[in-house]
Design a protein around this ligand. Structure first.
Ligand SMILES: *[C@@H]1O[C@H](CO)[C@@H](O)[C@H](O)[C@H]1NC(C)=O
Ligand SMILES: *[C@@H]1O[C@H](CO)[C@@H](O)[C@H](O)[C@H]1NC(C)=O
Ligand SMILES: *[C@@H]1O[C@H](CO)[C@@H](O)[C@H](O)[C@H]1NC(C)=O
Ligand SMILES: *[C@@H]1O[C@H](CO)[C@@H](O)[C@H](O)[C@H]1NC(C)=O
Ligand SMILES: *[C@@H]1O[C@H](CO)[C@@H](O)[C@H](O)[C@H]1NC(C)=O
Ligand SMILES: *[C@@H]1O[C@H](CO)[C@@H](O)[C@H](O)[C@H]1NC(C)=O
Ligand SMILES: *[C@@H]1O[C@H](CO)[C@@H](O)[C@H](O)[C@H]1NC(C)=O
Length: 467
């Protein structure tokens, strides 16, 4: 009696879980029949009989639950829409629909915890569900290329797909800032987001993508495109292929000493600065595409790499062959490096003759006599290389956003009469200039150490500094 009482709930449990499995199996069958109704051009096996598990492209779990685990209908010339009941195929491991002409809304697959592969490339879907990618912890391969979707942003829910290795969504109407959440997916090996409408900079977190081998962000179709520095890509040390061409990236090419790059395409950007020798010393590098940027300084020495570097980009180098620039050019480019090779200077700071041509540089008898970069939007630091401009009498860097210290070396400039760094964010101690130098330095953070403070109140003028 007592034993029966104990067994009773267990048998109910067994029966009810069996019933649940049967119900799920028949719900799956129902969904496949819904699919059959809403799609055209299905394989002929879809007409015959009631066992959906023998339909071409459908795989069911054998022996166990009998549920549908794989739908692979790639390249079948299918048309039509997907039924919302697709959301109940919760045992799916793979859904591949690429190369068809399906349209309409793509249904919710939230909570498909076994789904490893979702491929929709080349269809006509116009929207993704609001819970797209929610609760898909098994996802490894996600491809959404060439879809005419309404503008969308990569949802933060993707962070739950922590095994994701491939995320391809080129030409898929993605808008807004670069999805910073992707930096949390440390298993990513391949990321393609070309031909979208992304804007703004690359997040520093990309350095965390320790497995990433393939990064394609080229040809953003937004007005602003992707912009800012490309420094972070040098930190992605497994990277083999980098395509970031046709954007609005600025600043110099970083140091790639630890790189395994094979293909490097940065053409059609606004990159500036001296091409680092380290780029062409990458042992694995096969192909570098650099044309249509604003590089400066010496032409690089290139061996064993196929390089696309032509036209105006080449005529900006100081010489038509590899080799050192005029010493004055070398010094001025060191100064520009301190400022992060700003685009505004790069406009004119090219070639081998600074005197007369370069913005802010005024010469007398071939020596720079006035160095005047007042209110040029400069950031970065003051390079000690300025001290090598020994002919300079007037040095004006006022009204910029310069940080760091005023280098001691500047006090050795024998011809200096006026030194103006007013209205920047310089800190540390203002060095002691000779009494013959008029020093203007208000509106800085002298006396503060390094970073952190928001205050802009510290005042230090020539009188204070000379005491
Ligand atoms: C983008 O996808 C559309 C179809 O959605 C296609 O017609 C177009 O050619 C694709 N563009 C690129 C650049 O691949
Ligand atoms: C990604 O990681 C960062 C830093 O670890 C964390 O602050 C952020 O919340 C994560 N993003 C998401 C969407 O989980
Ligand atoms: C090098 O890059 C150019 C431009 O991206 C491409 O056309 C060419 O096929 C590439 N060559 C190799 C060997 O990868
Ligand atoms: C270029 O490649 C050849 C053959 O692989 C090799 O012998 C040579 O040392 C390489 N040159 C440089 C500068 O790496
Ligand atoms: C100044 O020039 C000399 C030689 O031209 C060079 O060795 C030195 O590094 C330069 N100083 C700075 C701070 O760039
Ligand atoms: C020009 O620069 C050179 C090298 O720095 C220096 O020796 C010379 O005195 C300068 N000439 C004048 C007129 O300042
Ligand atoms: C610094 O900023 C103050 C306040 O905006 C302004 O009055 C002053 O003219 C500036 N100094 C220089 C050298 O531009």
């Amino acid at each position: 009696m007592g034993r029966d009482l104990h067994l009773f709930p267990l048998s109910v449990l067994l029966l009810s879980s069996l019933a649940a499995a049967t119900a799920a199996k028949s719900a799956d069958e129902g969904t496949i029949f819904d699919l059959a109704k809403s799609l055209s051009n299905l394989p002929s096996s879809w007409g015959a009989g009631s066992d959906v598990c023998v339909f071409d492209g459908i795989t069911c779990e054998r022996g166990g639950s009998g549920r549908v685990t794989i739908i692979n209908l790639r390249d079948k010339g299918l048309t039509g829409t997907l039924p919302t009941s697709l959301s109940s195929l919760t045992a799916l491991k793979e859904l591949q629909l690429q190369g068809n002409a399906l349209h309409g809304d793509f249904p919710s697959l939230a909570g498909f915890t076994d789904l490893t592969r979702l491929v929709l490339d080349g269809n006509g879907f116009t929207s993704l569900p609001s819970d797209f990618l929610k609760d898909m912890p098994s996802m490894q391969y996600l491809s959404l290329e060439n879809l005419p979707l309404k503008p969308w942003a990569v949802p933060d829910a993707i962070v739950g797909s922590s095994s994701l290795e491939t995320f391809s969504a080129s030409n898929a109407s993605i808008v807004g800032a670069f999805p910073a959440v992707l930096a949390n997916l440390s298993s990513l090996k391949s990321l393609r987001l070309s031909y979208n409408k992304l804007t703004g900079g690359l997040p520093a977190g990309l350095a965390e993508l320790i497995a990433l081998e393939n990064l394609q962000l080229n040809n953003q179709m937004s007005d602003g495109k992707l912009s800012g520095s490309i420094g972070v890509v040098a930190a992605i040390t497994k990277l083999k292929l980098l395509w970031i061409q046709s954007n609005k990236f600025t600043g110099p090419i970083p140091d790639f000493s630890n790189s395994q790059l094979e293909v490097f395409n940065v053409r059609d950007n606004r990159l500036t600065g001296v091409l680092p020798a380290s780029l062409f010393e990458i042992k694995t590098l096969l192909n570098a595409s650099l044309t249509n940027n604003h590089f400066q300084g010496p032409m690089p020495n290139i061996h064993n790499v196929s390089v696309d570097l032509v036209g105006d980009t080449v005529s900006r180098f100081c010489l038509a062959k590899p080799g050192p620039c005029d010493p004055l050019v070398t010094t001025l480019l060191e100064v520009a490096a301190g400022f992060g090779y700003p685009a505004e200077l790069a406009e004119t700071w090219n070639g081998n003759t600074p005197c007369g041509n370069w913005i802010g540089v005024i010469c007398s008898n071939g020596n720079v006599s006035i160095f005047y970069l007042h209110n040029r939007g400069l950031s970065g630091t003051i390079s000690p290389a300025i001290a090598n401009l020994t002919g300079v009498g007037k040095l004006d860097l006022s009204d910029n956003h310069l940080t760091g210290v005023v280098p001691d070396a500047l006090t050795t400039m024998s011809n200096l009469k006026l030194f103006d760094v007013s209205n920047n964010s310089l800190n540390g101690e203002l060095p002691m200039f000779k009494p013959t130098v008029k020093v203007l330095a208000e509106g800085n953070r002298f006396g503060e150490s390094g970073s952190g403070s928001e205050s802009d109140s510290s005042l230090s003028n020539s009188e204070a500094a000379q005491k």
